[in-house]
Ligand binder design. Structure first.
Ligand code: NAI
Length: 476
């Protein structure tokens, strides 16, 4: 088996944590129970690009239990938990000397070159075969295939010299190198892929863009917009993992401090709640009047970053947008203010500007924590180099909430793989009855007792007793 992880000897530790996580992931375990025998994913060759954590290990092993062949990479250079990666490679039956699990290409602290190498490894299968499904988080694997096909069509990879960022330059180099080896590799991969299931807001945005432009090459299921994903993982997951990241990175007392959360979508709502729960005085920034009004009614001061940047102790970006915090604003921050991003990509904070010659000097405190000092002597603490800090500085969302997200992922993979002809190229969400099923699978573990509609109540509301209970327009 080919694989590349940090240290296989961590597998035992990883396996113990996977076993504990399984107990907290009733949705995924129910999928194994329900579909383990029928194996609806038999024949599926899934290329997974999603944070290689303990929770993801339970997802991977669920996909395998349903018959899939899987290869995995992380979707972020800092988010891999090395013991999880080792345990997945070794597998439940294997040994360190004789691993028999799933090929994983991921370790904590990859360079960007290594990251894009890993992403390529999950698409190429042994013996010249390719993946036929993608499970993506942020859309990097999907993007690479699309850029590759485009390059093969024109016979020309984009010139690395024209790249507008270091990361784009690396992608262009990957494409150039692959064109010198084969002029139809990416086209072959795209032809094999039956579909992609996308985990997060930012990846979903990319998919809808490609659909609008007419460039999308295969069908996609938008897992993010299952209610049991974005209204749970993005919100309650971040409520848990945002302060976990700050605490592990800095251990500053959060109570009483002024914290700014940029963006009051699902992630912003969970992040603001997380900080308020610790006693911080939270200020929200928004561009959308509806979300701004929500924040105000939830009791937060709503202002612009420019107005409050010099009073804040902690500044968090949660927008999925770019250039939300500029270098000028960083210079105006309080001495030793903490600056971090919980959105998907690192361009929310102008890290390139901060890193430019002469702007500030960097002192690394420990992995994923840097103090940047400006020539005037004031400094700021930047977490995870501006990459998503709840996975860089902590271990991401806890198992129970990820069980909801990943049960949607499993259902979405089964849906596209087994009903390919029902999904022409386009972007879809899972039907509501499956969303409700995912929630239902998580009730018992929390001791929730659900009320059952009477027949006459059901007909009064125009519903089936068994659901779905809400219209497609309902917003939760
Ligand atoms: P969302 O679309 O619900 O919320 C983003 C909010 O930011 C919107 O309300 C928007 O109006 C606002 N916004 C955009 N530009 C802004 C600006 N310049 N200033 C202030 N507000 C601005 O998206 P969601 O689901 O909250 O996701 C946000 C990001 O977090 C995405 O990149 C997503 O992929 C990522 N994400 C990260 C997770 C993590 O564990 N770190 C988990 C889930 C999502």
């Amino acid at each position: 088996m080919d694989f590349k992880v940090a240290d296989l000897s961590l597998a035992d530790y990883g396996r113990t944590e996977i076993t504990l996580a399984e107990h907290e992931m009733p949705g995924l375990m129910a999928m194994r129970e329900q579909y383990g025998e029928a194996k609806p994913l038999a024949g599926a060759k899934i290329a997974g690009s999603l944070h290689m954590t303990i929770q993801t290990a339970v997802l991977i092993e669920t996909l395998v239990a349903l018959g899939a062949d899987v290869r995995w990479a992380s979707c972020n250079i800092f988010s891999t938990q090395d013991h999880a990666a080792a345990a997945v490679v070794v597998g439940p039956e294997g040994t360190v000397e004789n691993p028999s699990g799933v090929p994983v290409f991921a370790w904590k602290g990859e360079t960007l070159e290594e990251y894009w190498w890993c992403t390529q490894q999950i698409l190429d299968w042994p013996a010249g075969e390719f993946a036929n499904m993608i499970l993506d988080d942020g859309g990097d694997a999907t993007l690479l295939v699309h850029l590759g096909v485009e390059a093969e069509k024109t016979g020309q990879a984009p010139d690395p010299a024209t790249a507008t960022s270091g990361e784009q330059r690396i992608i262009f180099e990957v494409l150039q190198a692959s064109l010198t080896q084969s002029n139809d590799r990416w086209t072959k991969i795209a032809n094999e892929i039956k579909g992609v299931t996308e985990e997060t807001t930012t990846g979903v945005l990319r998919l809808y863009d490609m659909m609008r432009e007419g460039s999308l090459l295969f069908p996609a299921i938008n897992v993010n917009d299952s209610v049991t994903k974005s209204k749970f993982d993005n919100k309650y997951g971040c409520r848990h993992s945002l302060i976990d990241g700050i605490n592990r990175a800095t251990d500053v007392l959060i109570g009483g401090k002024v914290a700014v959360v940029c963006g009051y979508g699902d992630v912003g709502k969970g992040s603001a709640d997380s900080l308020r729960g610790q006693g911080a005085r939270v200020i929200v920034t928004e561009i959308d009047p509806i979300c701004a009004l929500q924040a105000a009614m939830d009791g937060y001061q709503v202002s612009t970053l420019d107005d409050v940047v010099d009073t804040a102790d902690i500044i968090i970006t949660a927008t999925g947008n770019k250039d939300v915090v500029t270098v000028d604003q960083m210079k105006r921050m309080k001495h030793n203010a903490i600056l971090a991003n919980i959105g998907h990509f690192d361009n929310e904070i102008d890290m390139a500007g901060l890193e430019a010659d002469g702007v500030a000097t960097r002192k690394n405190v420990k992995p994923q924590v840097d103090v940047w000092t400006f020539p005037e002597g004031n400094a700021i603490i930047v977490l995870s180099e501006g990459r998503l800090m709840n996975l860089g500085n902590a271990t991401g969302h806890p198992s129970f909430v990820m069980s909801n997200s990943f049960t949607n992922q499993v259902l979405a993979q089964i849906e596209i793989y087994s009903k390919t002809e029902e999904y022409p190229v386009g972007v879809y969400v899972l039907p509501k009855h499956l969303d409700e099923m995912v929630a239902r699978l998580h009730l018992d573990a929390l001791g929730v007792k659900l009320t059952t509609l009477t027949d006459s109540q059901a007909s009064y509301l125009g519903l089936d007793v068994a659901g779905p209970y809400k219209s497609e327009q309902y917003r939760y």
